[in-house]
Write a new protein. Structure first.
Length: 453
C-alpha cells in the first residue's frame, strides 16, 4: 500500500446489480490527481461536486465470476515516475447511503505557517485505469463488540455554554498566575480550560486543577510530550490522581499530521494509532476519557484524510471499542474565513466534516471538544477575503462563542481560544505572543467582549 493520503471518493453501483462498493484512492497527498482520473460511467451514490464516476472500472467489476468486493492493484503512471493504488472495498450496508465528505483544498498547512500552498506535480491520465481492479479477495471482516457511552452521559460543567480557553502553553504555572488567570477565565464566562501536563507527571498541576474545578470549569488535560516521543510512565496512576481532582478529559498527542510533531518524520496515521491505542486503553482503565485527533488544520498530511485513515485503521484492527469512551480533539482556527464559512473545512465549522467522517466509520457521533481555535489579527491566508483587523477579530470571536452558546450541535462540547496568556503567565515561546489575550502592557478587547457576551 502506498503511504500517502488515503481518502474517500464515493460509492460505486456496479451495472450488474451486485452490492454497492466503496471506491477509495491513495493519492499520496496529491489531490489534483482526482479530476484527471475521473470519466463518465457507472452510477455513484455520491461524489464531491464537479467529480464524475469512473468509467473504466465498470468492466472490471462486471466481469462474470469477478467479485464486486475488494480489489486492489498498483497502476503505474505512463511516465514511470510513480504508482497509484486503487482499492475497492465492499461495504454494502455501511456505505450504501454514505454522506459526502469533500476533501478540502490543500491551501493551509500548520498553524505557525498557514499560508504554504499545496502543490501537485502529478499528471495522471485515464490510461492508468486500464489494469483490472478485481483481482484480490475481500479481507475477512473483523468483529468487535462496542458499547459506546451515550453523548449525553459524557461529563460537562454546570451551566455549560461551550466557552473554552487554552491555558498558558507551559506545563506548570505558579500559584499566583493560576489565581490571576483562573479569575480572568471565569470573568469571561469560560467553562472549559485546556492545559498541558508534562507527560505522566503527578503534582505540578494539582493547584490549577483544584482552582478550575472550584470555579465550575471543566479541566481538559493535554498530556504533553516533546515532538516524536511517546507517552511514558504510569498513565493509569496519573489519570486516577487527576480524575479524583476533577479531570475527566485527556488529550493524547498533538497535531500528529505535522512533520514537526513527528520529529521530522512523515506523518503516518498507522503509527499514530500504534501509539494512541495503548495510551487510550490505559486512560479508560483508570476512569478517564481519551481524546483522539487534535489535528492541525490542513497539515502536512491533510487533517480530514488523516482522521479518516486513522479511524479506518482502528476499525480494521477490531479496536472500535477503544473509541467507546473517547472524544475528538479539534483545532478549528478560523483563519480569515467568516464563522459561517462552509466552502471547505478550514474554518470554525470544521466539526461538521469531522462528525461526518466519524459517522461513516462508527455509525454514530463522538463528542468533539475544540482544544485550540481562534481568530488573530492579520490572518490573511485566504487572499480572496479581507485580512483580519482588531475590530473583525472581536466580532468573529463573539460570533463563534455565540454559536456555541445558542446553536451548537449536541456532539459539539467546546470551542477553545488559543491562548489566554503567554509571557504574562510564564510562557517563553515568543511565537505565541501575538495570540495571547493578556500581553505585557496590553489586554485584547476580546476579553471585554467575552465578559459582556
Amino acid at each position: 500500500m502506498a503511504t500517502g493520503g488515503f481518502g474517500p471518493i464515493g460509492i460505486l453501483s456496479p451495472p450488474n446489480g451486485s452490492q454497492p462498493v466503496r471506491l477509495r484512492l491513495d493519492y499520496n497527498g496529491r489531490t489534483s490527481a482526482f479530476e484527471k482520473l475521473l470519466n463518465a460511467g457507472a452510477g455513484l451514490d455520491f461524489l464531491p461536486p464537479g467529480f464524475k464516476p469512473l468509467d473504466l472500472i465498470r468492466p472490471a467489476l462486471s466481469q462474470p465470476g469477478k467479485s464486486a468486493g475488494s480489489a486492489s492493484t498498483d497502476i503505474s503512471k505512463p511516465n514511470g515516475s510513480g504508482a497509484f493504488d486503487l482499492m475497492v472495498k465492499e461495504r454494502a450496508a455501511r456505505w450504501s447511503k454514505r454522506p459526502v465528505v469533500e476533501p478540502p483544498p490543500r491551501q493551509l498547512s500548520d498553524m505557525s505557517k498557514p499560508t504554504r500552498p499545496f502543490e501537485s506535480n502529478v499528471n495522471p491520465t485515464t490510461n492508468l485505469l486500464k489494469t483490472s481492479l478485481a483481482q484480490a479477495s475481500p479481507p475477512a471482516p473483523v468483529a468487535a463488540k462496542s458499547n459506546p457511552l451515550p453523548i449525553s452521559d459524557f461529563p460537562r460543567p454546570a451551566n455549560d455554554n461551550g466557552f473554552g480557553m487554552h491555558w498558558v502553553p507551559i506545563t506548570h504555572t505558579t500559584d499566583s498566575n493560576v489565581d490571576r488567570f483562573v479569575e480572568d477565565a471565569a470573568s469571561m464566562n469560560v467553562k472549559w480550560v485546556v492545559f498541558l501536563n508534562d507527560n505522566t507527571n503527578i503534582g505540578e498541576n494539582d493547584y490549577l486543577v483544584k482552582r478550575l474545578a472550584g470555579k465550575g470549569i471543566e479541566p481538559v488535560m493535554r498530556i504533553y510530550t516533546p515532538p516524536g516521543r511517546p507517552i511514558t510512565g504510569d498513565i493509569e496512576a496519573m489519570v486516577r490522581h487527576y480524575k479524583a481532582l476533577g479531570v475527566d478529559y485527556y488529550q493524547l498527542y498533538n497535531e500528529p499530521n505535522l512533520i514537526f510533531e513527528n520529529a521530522g518524520r512523515a506523518p503516518d496515521p498507522v503509527r499514530y494509532v500504534d501509539e494512541w491505542l495503548p495510551a487510550a486503553e490505559a486512560v479508560v482503565k483508570a476512569g478517564g476519557l481519551p481524546g483522539f485527533g487534535a489535528l492541525s488544520p490542513g497539515g502536512n498530511y491533510d487533517d480530514l484524510q488523516f482522521l479518516d485513515r486513522a479511524l479506518d485503521e482502528i476499525v480494521r484492527r477490531g479496536k472500535a471499542p477503544a473509541l467507546d469512551r473517547a472524544w475528538i480533539s479539534m483545532h478549528n482556527y478560523t483563519f480569515n474565513h467568516p464563522i459561517n464559512y462552509l466552502k471547505d473545512s478550514n474554518g470554525f465549522m470544521k466539526f461538521r466534516w469531522y462528525d461526518k467522517i466519524v459517522n461513516q466509520w462508527l455509525g454514530r457521533s463522538m463528542p468533539i471538544v475544540g482544544t485550540e481555535g481562534g481568530t488573530f489579527i492579520d490572518n490573511d491566508e485566504d487572499k480572496t477575503m479581507p485580512a483580519v483587523d482588531e475590530a473583525r477579530q472581536v466580532d468573529m470571536v463573539k460570533e463563534a462563542y455565540s454559536y456555541m452558546r445558542d446553536h451548537r450541535e449536541p456532539y459539539l462540547f467546546a470551542y477553545s481560544y488559543w491562548v489566554i496568556a503567554n509571557e504574562e503567565g510564564g510562557g517563553h515561546d515568543q511565537s505565541f505572543s501575538r495570540h495571547a489575550l493578556f500581553q505585557p502592557g496590553h489586554t485584547s478587547p476580546v476579553v471585554q467582549a467575552l465578559r459582556e457576551l
